[in-house]
Design a binder for this molecule. Sequence first.
Ligand code: MG
Length: 159
Amino acid sequence: MYRIGEGFDVHRLETGRKLRIGCVDIPSPVGSVAHSDGDVLAHAIVDAILGAIGEGDIGRHFPPSDARWKDADSKIFLAEAARLLAARGGRIANLDSTVILERPKLAPHIPAMCATLAAALGCESSVVSVKAKSAEGLGAVGAGEAVEARAVVLVEVRA
Ligand code: MG
């Protein structure tokens, strides 16, 4: 049977932080404020997968209060979500996502994001889609103060 999950994440942006999106380090004067590596897209994808299989959210599995996840590489979170899915005999049928960021432009990095996310999830990169938009100057994202990501995943699991 098929199940669907959606995920959302937002991180504040500050000068001097690292900007990692979709497991790719993006050259930028600002980066995500976070306990882990602040990968907004990876976190939205993890939430989408966990949601699809009724496993709660990323905070339940990787609480920010746990020192183990300080500066943690979000590939660990993706791999764990994929492991929980596989434990149900499941696989990712399709994963679509959108990153909303005012600058820098992400288009040149999208192929690397799809390849790296797929490797972390153990799926084909052909089923991973990443899209990027600006917020047209509106709100906190438009002001360059935040980055958002949304993800929808369709998984096939044992009935
Ligand atoms: Mg997050």
